[in-house]
Design a protein around this ligand. Sequence first.
Ligand code: ASP
Ligand code: MG
Length: 418
Amino acid sequence: MKVYKFGGASVRHAEGVRNLLNIVGDEKELFIIVSAMGKTTNALESVFDAMRKGDKAFCESKIEEIKAYHYTTIADLFGSEEYRIEEVDALFEALRKAVTTNEFERSRAEEWYDHIVAYGELISTTIVSKYLNKEGINNKWIDMRKCFHTQARHKDANVLIEQSATPLRLACAGAESRIFVGQGFIGSAPDGSTTTLGREGSDYSAAVVANILDAESMTVWKDVDGILNADPKIFPDAVKIDHFNYVDTIELAYSGAQIIHPKTIKPLQNKNIPLYVKPFGNKHAAGTEIDGKASTFNTPIIILKYNQSFLRLRSRDLSFVLEEKFPIIFATLERFRIKTNLIHNTAVALGLCVEESWHLEEAAAALQAEGFDTEIIEKVELMTICHYNDELFEKYADKCNFIIRQTTTDTVRIVKPI
Ligand code: ASP
Ligand code: MG
């Protein structure tokens, strides 16, 4: 069994879905994980935002727009403007009902978010599965919410691999065809509610499938040649790296490299399954290979992580912010689901670069109650340069207006205002 993952950009239009068919080719044992088409998750996030604000008219019109976008693709794939997919209509109707008939409860924001954005993957996989069937590739559509049992942690759940193994294997057992199509990004919590695995989490879904089914390999098909040493949109001299090992990849992904979701590597490493990142437009290209072998590269790598905030804490009574205080601080951040990306400590202060969050103010208030003065700086970014050289250091780290700069012999990390 191989696992292929196709991201939203790859299936953003009919041509992309036809290319998916071409990549699947004559594979006989394949689990295909698909993300929501194009920018659908962002569009669904705006539906959710409007729901929070009680703007039902916007919700309805946005849902119509998303539906029209998907039907443009369907019309092209199935050759008729009139062509209707019953399941897709039912999904749009369920989505419309969910956002227009329910009152929003702030305390359940994450749960509602998950419920709404999950439709993107449910719809995309339905279309892809039907299209592959029409083209003679018989396949089984798998509802990943029934297979992936996750933590009760909405918006950023981890899959409980042991609990998910049997349901996933059962879903695949006895199927007529050994080609499966399942949604990335989604699962369900112990109470049965839908969970999502974090933005761009479909890579992680594919890795968990690969782990459970003991796949021979996993391939992520992307709109780039492989893993590059920087984002080519910002750094035009970016070059492809042929081979990475698991540890370097996880570190880079954690630093914000957009190429692979950081949670993807562990399930693969645990079963020693190689990961290939290949260009969607050229199925025979080598791409980048990621496995457990020692890496040899020392090309500088530049990564920008956006949507960050900076939180500064200082103990009011000048007690040291060390061992005793760490558990309180991090338990509070965990309670508000705030993710930390960089830590900088002094005797009585702690600086944290964290993911933007709806709950940062609340977390700061809770920390004030624990005896800290707090300061929040919004709209910052985290830049990481691995294998930096003098030229890069001078250009990006030396002269910039930073809040924190951490330097080791190999890596420099800078938190700076946007
Ligand atoms: N559709 C989700 C997102 O855009 C998951 C993914 O693409 O991996 O975040
Ligand atoms: Mg996506």
